[in-house]
Design a protein around this ligand. Sequence first.
Ligand code: URA
Length: 209
Amino acid sequence: MSKVYVFDHPLIQHKLTYIRDKHTGTKEFRELVEEVATLMAFEITRDLPLQEVDIETPVSKAKAKVIAGKKLGIIPILRAGIGMVDGILKLIPAAKVGHIGLYRDPETLKPVEYYVKLPTDVEERDFIVVDPMLATGGSAVEAIHALKKRGAKNIKFMCLIAAPEGVEAVQQAHPDVDIYIAALDEKLNDHGYIVPGLGDAGDRLFGTK
Ligand code: URA
């Protein structure tokens, strides 16, 4: 079974409070989502392998560490996932960014791919799939499936707020994918919104409501 990590760092929790607040406007909401994504990226990259290099400081020769050339890919699920990308790229600027778009089939109610554009070397990269909200888990499960189908082997899923239902769905479908969240909320309501949540992440990010 995959692991679930809740990043309860005070800075993340503080910023998340303002993200949740319905009085926070689009500009501030967008900035805060980006900042939290940066802070989460700091935590999620904790296990990146290092290698030793020889350098010279102004004082002496020294052995020092650099990241060992790990190839990373960030995959936002359209559209709200886009709001987290720049924040992650601040810390991992060399990462490639792919996109996965899904729509809900009106008959089966299941998510269906409508857009998948990935880095060409999928098999060699480690991926972080991002979406601010993990609600039913349907989109996350399908997006991870779309990545695996194309050869991805090492995948993490990162979101701001998760519902227990979504965490369980991802764990059941993808027991090899660890989940990184800033908060685990109570439940989903009858309209599929996370409670207390933050409302519709896409609308709040892009000012479409
Ligand atoms: N997607 C959102 O944007 N918000 C929710 O609460 C659930 C899914």
